[in-house]
Design a binder for this molecule. Structure first.
Ligand code: GUN
Length: 295
């Protein structure tokens, strides 16, 4: 089994981006600037956003963290989004999800200007992606595609079974892997909570992308030999013996499957670090597109 090492590949990508930033600086031009809006104090969101901001610093991007209290109103958040849309210093930004229950998530995502939507969540970007047009591709599926490409995993004509139909992972990866091009040309089955016998379908798969969030869901008896397994599940399991009070685990019984699979992503250290690297890549792209428009 070959490990799809997201930590290693994400570091390579960050090094590549850092080199581009160095060149931008040498030319005396404005470096990319990513902003992140976080509402409330959700533990996982704090970790993710902190990690995104730290990565920006490491590669030479400017970054701004806007941390708003849990009780922030929808109107205040929409005003913040509007300010970011109008701020020429900001090349791209994200609004970290989930948002508190009293805020309409869809309304907020629709307010993000598509040219600054480095998460690729706005319908303009999602629609453009689905139609093979230039867009921002959501960072997690973008990261999966990049891992498959860099490890030269054959996808053409292969049967990919995606588990989970979320807007952030399952839906977009099912579109991307069915499109023409590298890491594409797969025949994709998108499974979800209403799929009949969801446990039987993975047995037919050459490639499985699991984005369910159920620890240990995918077991060795559910896959065929030489399967490629992409584990997108990141669940915090409470454990008092750990310093943080929890440990992180994926959807896949890693030990059980490692005997049977040809390629596998670990959790942690697989898809997670790739997501951050691709968000940075999107921000670099956003800057280049803005500059292009100004010239
Ligand atoms: N919450 C979980 N994943 C993501 C992501 O990729 N972007 C944003 N904005 N929020 C998230």
């Amino acid at each position: 089994m070959i490990l799809l090492d997201g930590k290693k590949v994400s570091n390579q990508i960050k090094d590549e981006i850092a080199q581009e930033v160095a060149t931008i600086k040498e030319r005396g031009e404005k470096v990319p600037h990513l902003a992140a809006v976080l509402v409330g104090n959700d533990g996982a969101s704090l970790t993710y956003v902190g990690s995104k901001v730290r990565s920006c610093k490491k590669i030479g991007f400017d970054s701004t963290l806007i941390h708003l209290p849990e009780e922030t109103t929808e109107a205040t958040l929409l005003k913040q989004v509007e300010d970011l849309n109008n701020n020429p210093e900001i090349d791209g930004y994200i609004v970290q999800l989930p948002l508190p229950k009293h805020i309409d998530e869809q309304k907020v995502l629709l307010a993000v200007h598509p040219d600054k939507d480095v998460d690729g969540f706005h319908p303009t970007n999602f629609g453009r992606m689905a139609l093979d047009m230039e867009s921002f591709i959501p960072a997690t599926p973008f990261g999966i595609m990049e891992l498959l490409k860099r490890y030269k995993v054959e996808t053409s004509g292969k049967h990919t079974v995606v588990i989970g139909r979320s807007h952030i992972v399952g839906r977009p990866i099912s579109i991307l892997m069915s499109q023409k091009g590298e890491a594409g040309n797969a025949t994709v089955t998108l499974t979800h909570s209403r799929t009949k016998d969801i446990k039987a379908l993975p047995l037919q798969a050459d490639i499985i992308v699991s984005a369910l969030g159920v620890p240990g869901f995918l077991t060795a008896d559910m896959v065929k030999k030489d399967v490629v397994v992409i584990d997108v599940g990141i669940t915090r399991v409470p454990d008092e013996t750990k310093e943080k009070g929890y440990y992180i685990t994926g959807d896949v019984d890693f030990e059980g499957l490692s005997e049977k699979a040809s390629f596998m992503t670990p959790v942690p250290g697989g898809v997670g670090p790739m997501t951050i690297a691709m968000l940075l890549k999107n921000t670099l792209l956003a800057r280049a597109r803005h500059q292009g428009k100004q010239d």
